[in-house]
Design a protein around this ligand. Structure first.
Ligand code: ADP
Ligand code: MG
Length: 671
């Protein structure tokens, strides 16, 4: 038999069972070999003193009484005997398995897997593991596999056992370089596969798992890095030629000096753009670090080279904010706004201006990637708050135009673990400082009972000219309830402050121009308080606002809270965030506490990752990270790091690893 043979030809697997195998993605014998159990039934012997009532476990001991079989009723019988484990004598019983009597020999060691009945001090036997003496290594684990309806555990185990017994393992080729096996003392692939299914003990299983995790992460890293190299050397990118001096002049006109982080990020981006390579870069910087101006200058450079530049943002509020910014920065350029809320005539005209190249910069929501949008000469696409977009949306965006350079921005810090996985095929620029003169934001967690005190304090602050955000409680399942909450909060605050404060309301159901008007009014300080749902979560920039109050803050995730908090502390004035919450759960309390302790987005992201696991965080599901079969991004962080650096080493000496590299499929990308 060969590894490529169909599972259908195994003994005991007919066409019907084969179909069930197919449902699990198992077509060939090789598939079967590489289908690992997700856990093991542990048959290692336990001490009877450690067992809990009802627990299933294996107990071994010396048989002290012969087996006695009692028959009662029709075809029913019970086999009983006693074993001695150290000081304890334990009764064992098996129902309707009289033939087991042969295996019970007084004076011999026996191991029985069964259910412990504390009261009776008795093991209700399920099976006998070994009937011989201790030295035989039959005690151990039995694999447990994920199944589909109609497929039995035993069928699968037998099928895999058959493939192993037929010696097919010998056909499985090593896929890691030998020097790595030596360096990290990894099992060979054959050993590991054998031990993944039927480990002879805990240690063998541990080593097998270490090997297959390394393999999975290493091959993944090779592929990521191969993709990255392909983009680099493909010469397929645009060479965007602009005049450095004109960019420098623009920088000199800014009302502030760029921070060191902003300057170096910009330099990296501009270098990529002016090279013939295709830029694929992620700009990472904590909330408020000033990514917008960096992107704006990159877009400016593209325009200087007679290309169009487009920036896609997740909300219309943010789109309008960016348009206003860009128009102020670049009065000489024509900047188009494309959002779904445009009137038909307006939209037609905008599309026309984009298609004929009369618009230099285009700002919009996902409206930018619709079929009806044709660009004239698109040189640079920027995605702001990239984590808010799906993999496909980002992909469609960069496939607009003739392979434009790509810049993605994220204010949501991505933990290092995930960054090197998700974005291993991208270059990363990091802005690791905030503009000068920013004061740390003070974050307080209060209970609902203290809300009145907070309102009193806010009254004082309003008198001193502060502007305040109130975020209404998040109801994820229901937009209608969300809205109701916002309105209720608005009413409550209107009652409380009366004529003392001008209060605005913002929520997702409002028409675009209404939202715009409220935002404008808040920015222009015509409003003192803005009550809002999470529609302002990302990007919104009103530097004069210094207080952020988040109601029922425990309903929000850490990253969301961090983003919301990032709406204040954007100017030189002292800012505050008040979390109002009476969390019931421990993690809820912990989250509130962490928020008051750190303002560092990366620390928070790591904490969030620990609390929620890699699957949940930051829209990771959308970010294009493949699901791993055996590795876990959080737990196996160390392996991931090693795998990454070893993969990089392979590319440094790619001549020596032609065979290995030839096997990597760079066409099926991740994103
Ligand atoms: P984010 O990185 O969160 O998108 P923004 O780009 O919105 O941050 O910038 C936050 C605020 O900081 C804006 O008001 C912006 O004008 C201001 N800003 C940006 N760069 C600087 C700088 N170098 N010095 C002072 N203020 C700056
Ligand atoms: Mg931003």
């Amino acid at each position: 038999m060969k590894l490529t043979d169909s599972v259908q030809f195994l003994k005991g697997v007919g066409p019907k069972a084969a179909e069930n195998f197919h449902k699990l993605g198992l077509f060939t014998l090789e598939d079967l070999l590489l289908y690992f159990p997700f856990r093991y039934e542990d048959f290692a012997s336990r001490s009877v003193f450690d067992l809990l009532d009802g627990e299933k476990a294996t107990i071994s001991g010396e048989v002290v009484t012969p087996a006695n079989v009692q028959y009662y009723g029709f075809k029913r019988n019970r086999l009983t005997f006693k074993i001695k484990q150290e000081e304890a004598v334990i009764g064992v019983s098996f129902f309707n398995q009289p033939y087991l009597a042969d295996k019970v020999v007084v004076g011999q060691e026996i191991a029985i897997y069964g259910k412990w009945e504390q009261k009776k001090q008795q093991l209700s036997g399920i099976k006998i593991i070994v009937s011989t003496d201790k030295t035989e290594d039959g005690l151990g684990f039995e694999p447990v596999y994920h199944l589909v309806a109609g497929l039995k555990q035993a069928t699968l185990v037998k099928a895999i056992q058959q493939v192993l017994d037929d010696g097919l393992l010998d056909q499985l080729e090593e896929n890691l370089p030998v020097y790595l096996l030596k360096k990290y003392r990894l099992m060979s692939r054959r050993e590991a596969v054998q031990a993944m299914h039927f480990p002879k003990d805990m240690e063998a299983h541990k080593q097998a798992l270490r090997r297959v995790k390394f393999e999975e992460l290493f091959l993944f890293q090779l592929k990521l890095q191969a993709l990255k190299n392909k983009e680099k050397t493909g010469q397929t990118g645009l060479q965007i030629v602009f005049n450095d001096k004109e960019v420098a002049d623009k920088i000199a006109q800014l009302p502030y000096e760029l921070t060191g982080g902003q300057s170096s990020a910009l330099t990296e981006i501009l270098n990529d753009m002016s090279s013939p390579y295709h830029m694929n870069r992620l700009l990472q910087g904590d909330v408020g670090s000033g990514k917008t101006v960096v992107a704006s200058l990159a877009m400016y450079a593209a325009c200087l080279a007679n290309y169009q530049a487009a920036i896609m943002v997740p909300t219309e509020i943010l789109a309008r904010q960016h348009v206003a910014n860009l128009r102020q920065l670049f009065p000489e350029l024509k900047i188009a706004l494309l959002v779904s809320g445009l009137k038909a005539a307006e939209k037609r005209q905008t599309l026309e201006e984009i298609a004929t190249g009369r618009s230099h910069m285009i700002v919009g929501t996902h409206a930018l990637i619709q079929n009806d949008v044709n660009y004239y000469r698109l040189g640079l696409v920027v995605t702001d708050e990239q984590h808010r977009f799906g993999v496909n949306q980002r992909k469609v965006f960069r496939e607009k135009g003739q392979n434009p350079d790509v810049l993605m921005m994220t204010a949501t810090p991505i933990p290092r673990t995930l960054a090197i996985t998700a974005f291993g095929d991208m270059d990363v620029s990091i802005i690791n400082e905030l503009p000068k003169g920013r004061q740390p934001i003070t974050t307080r967690w209060i209970k609902h009972e203290q809300f009145d005190e907070v309102l009193k304090w806010i009254k004082d602050e309003l008198q001193n000219g502060a502007q305040v955000y109130f975020i209404s409680p998040l109801i994820e399942e229901s937009e209608a309830l969300d809205l109701k909450n916002a309105v209720a909060l608005y009413d409550e605050l209107t009652d409380y402050f009366g004529l003392f404060a001008k209060i605005g309301l913002l929520h997702g159901k409002m028409k675009a121009d209404e939202k715009d008007q409220v935002m404008q009014d808040f920015k222009a300080r015509k409003l003192d308080i803005l009550v809002s749902t999470t529609v302002i979560e990302v990007g919104v920039d009103v530097p004069n606002a210094t207080i952020m109050v988040i109601m029922d803050a425990d309903r929000f995730g850490l990253s969301q809270l961090h983003q919301l908090r990032g709406r204040v502390g954007r100017g030189s004035k002292k800012s505050y965030t008040i979390l109002v919450a009476n969390p019931k759960s421990e993690t809820g309390k912990q989250r509130m506490k962490i928020m008051t302790e750190t303002q560092n987005g990366f620390t928070l992201a790591e904490e969030d990752l620990k609390m929620r696991g890699s699957g949940e965080i930051f829209g990771i599901r959308q970010s294009g990270i493949p699901e791993f079969l055996v590795a876990d991004l959080v737990d196996d962080y160390n392996i991931l790091e090693v795998a990454r650096s070893e993969a990089a080493g392979i590319f440094k000496h790619s001549e020596d690893f032609k065979d290995l590299l030839a096997r990597i499929d760079v066409n099926g990308g991740f994103d």
